[in-house]
Design a protein around this ligand. Sequence first.
Ligand code: OAD
Length: 247
Amino acid sequence: MINMSILKSLGLSINPKLHVTVLTGAGISIESGVPIFRGKGSMWEIPEARRLAMRASPPWNNKETWEFYEWRRKLVSQCKPNAAHYTLVEMENYFENFCLITQNVDGLHIKAGSKRVLELHGNMWKGRCMKCGKIIDLPETPLKTLPPCCECGYPLRPHVVQFGEPIDNKILIEALKASKEAELFLVIGTSGVVSPASQMPILALENGAKVIEINPNPTVLTPYMSLSIRGKAAETLPKLWKSFFTD
Ligand code: OAD
């Protein structure tokens, strides 16, 4: 299906100065083995995940919350970045103005080698101190003690945005700026139902970007897209990237 220059068909041409912004969601990691959040194949189909998640509670720096996160961290520790993650590293290396925005907390973009990543919802490999505000790397699983503690002695919470919590302002401002400035915006593997991430492709469109969605299923964003490609991220993104260099 991707057998022509998709960029040209959208009136764009490949060059390192093209402003490119990418938004990823759980779908980009599913071929790595990380379950998504909604629908078939979601994390909530796993009874153990449901059981542990129900015990996690505010203020999120307790043992029960960490037991849920340790379950997720163990699962993700066995997962490797896939071809879609690596293609985004190639894109970052090619484009001078490239920004990767992700809703994922699995850390797989960074593991693949992406450098400029705006992790809207945080990162499960970090903990945050609710007393001194320090963010601590926690790369090992299992952790020695639950909850893990900050250098100041206070129990850490996972550095992950919970439902209803605000996104870090600095990250949000940067993500909105990159969305506004984009000439090409890719939306990969997100259902597009969680705000403010879901508004970013629309902001890009309103500011003149061409927006391409990659998803095996239609989403609420599909009707607005310049182009929707039905396919799995790890298969489709490398092909799309190759097509940019096809006449
Ligand atoms: P969802 O689980 O809502 O959506 C995953 C999307 O991936 C769906 O649209 C699927 O059709 C699509 N998908 C499935 N397989 C795919 C594949 N192989 N390649 C590409 N796409 C595929 O996940 P998100 O949109 O990321 O928030 O969810 C947004 C937020 O909701 C998450 O970040 C999380 C959750 O609450 C927090 O953790 C704070």
